[in-house]
Design a binder for this molecule. Structure first.
Ligand code: SF4
Length: 359
């Protein structure tokens, strides 16, 4: 171990916060096992041998999107063959059909539809919550919330309050991409910019809602952009806590406007997970989202700082449109088996990380 890595190790062991320079050094280092050991140490301090998962149903209401981000394979124009929009009744039935499988969460993420009014989304949340009050609704990225404010004329706070009154429990972490407006202007100029994204989460936290956060990496950003992104999340969590989990998402180029780029390597995926664990010392959970990482890398991630593998995800469309090679669902039994095989303890949680069952 060289001097810089030793100094970082000392900081981690003594719970001293890592700096931007530390993060950049970790990205430059090829000592993946040393980085992993430190990340595992941090993970053990927070979650012990536990690996969390939940049982949820993804509902993607529409794929018709005015934003057409370059990295997205999900959004389409209304006149394309693959376009769809669920009626409120279809959305309700889609969610209701999963209830018998023991789901504890409806996970609703969609696109920025040009015509559907805010009331459409509000009504779907209200209907699901009234029929299934025991099931947590985690819905709408900060980008969607920001868009709802634009189309309704309400403020972000009013939008969040209306959704909270209708039954929204928490926000997912999507739409953060890379919190750098120069990059956003190139990749997704029509949607919420960095500060808008952060402000939605700040407001949600002020309203008592938990949220998650993400980072889409492996496209046109640099390692410095990634570290600055992590620092922006860490700062918001210091100022207005409410993030439960951070989810690093490797960019999947297939069918996107950046299809000429290569998919990230397993080493980059694992290193980014580990560095996230080390830099985000104030966010408890680091999620290895198997849908994008693949099951094999997600399982390895348990040794590199991850303590969550997301859920059984009954059906997911967004990442699969971009060529996610995983199946669209994984059974609870399979999740439990792959966690145990890694020598960890499978813990079924609800959306807010209350323990439901340890296996
Ligand atoms: S990432 Fe979201 S906002 Fe961008 S095109 Fe895809 S669905 Fe639309």
């Amino acid at each position: 171990m060289d001097r810089m890595m030793q100094s970082i190790a000392d900081k981690v062991k003594n719970q001293i916060r890592l700096s931007k320079e530390d993060g950049l050094y970790l990205y430059q280092s090829t000592d993946l096992l040393a980085i992993g050991e430190l990340a595992r140490f941090k993970k053990q301090a927070v979650s012990g041998a536990n690996i969390f998962f939940n049982v949820n149903q993804h509902i993607n209401l529409t794929n018709i999107c005015t934003s057409r981000c370059k990295f997205c394979a999900f959004g389409v124009d209304a006149d394309e063959n693959a376009s769809y929009v669920m009626t409120p009744q279809e959305a309700f039935e889609y969610g209701a059909a999963a209830v018998e499988y023991g789901i504890t969460e409806f996970h609703i993420v969609s696109a920025m539809h040009p015509d559907m009014p805010f009331d459409y989304y509000l009504g779907i949340v209200r209907d699901l919550h009234q029929a299934f009050p025991q099931i947590h609704i985690q819905a709408f990225t900060a980008v969607e919330i920001f868009y709802f404010a634009q189309i309704s004329g309400l403020s972000v706070r009013q939008v969040l309050q209306a959704l909270q009154d209708a039954g929204l429990g928490s926000l997912p972490g999507g739409g953060a991409e890379i919190l750098n407006d120069e990059i956003r202007s190139q990749l997704c100029p029509r949607k919420a910019m960095s500060q808008d994204w952060l402000d939605v989460h700040r407001t949600a936290h002020q309203l008592g809602m938990k949220t998650n956060c993400t980072m889409l990496f492996g496209h046109i950003e640099s390692c410095e952009d990634r570290i600055l992104h992590l620092l922006a999340l860490r700062q918001l969590q210091d100022e207005e806590p409410g993030f439960q989990a951070f989810i690093p998402l490797p960019f999947l180029p297939e069918n996107t406007g950046l299809a000429h780029l290569k998919r990230t390597s397993a080493v980059d995926d694992i290193k980014t997970l580990a560095i996230s664990r080390l830099m985000l010392d104030n966010i408890d959970h680091i999620k290895a989202f198997w849908v994008m990482l693949g099951i094999d890398v997600a399982q390895l991630a348990f040794f590199f700082g991850a303590d969550d593998i997301d859920g059984t995800v009954y059906e997911e469309k967004i990442m699969h449109a971009a060529g996610a090679r995983t199946g669209k669902a994984i059974s609870k039994e399979d999740i439990i088996a792959l966690i145990k095989e890694a020598g960890c303890i499978p813990v079924e949680r609800d959306t807010l990380y209350n323990v439901l069952k340890t296996y």
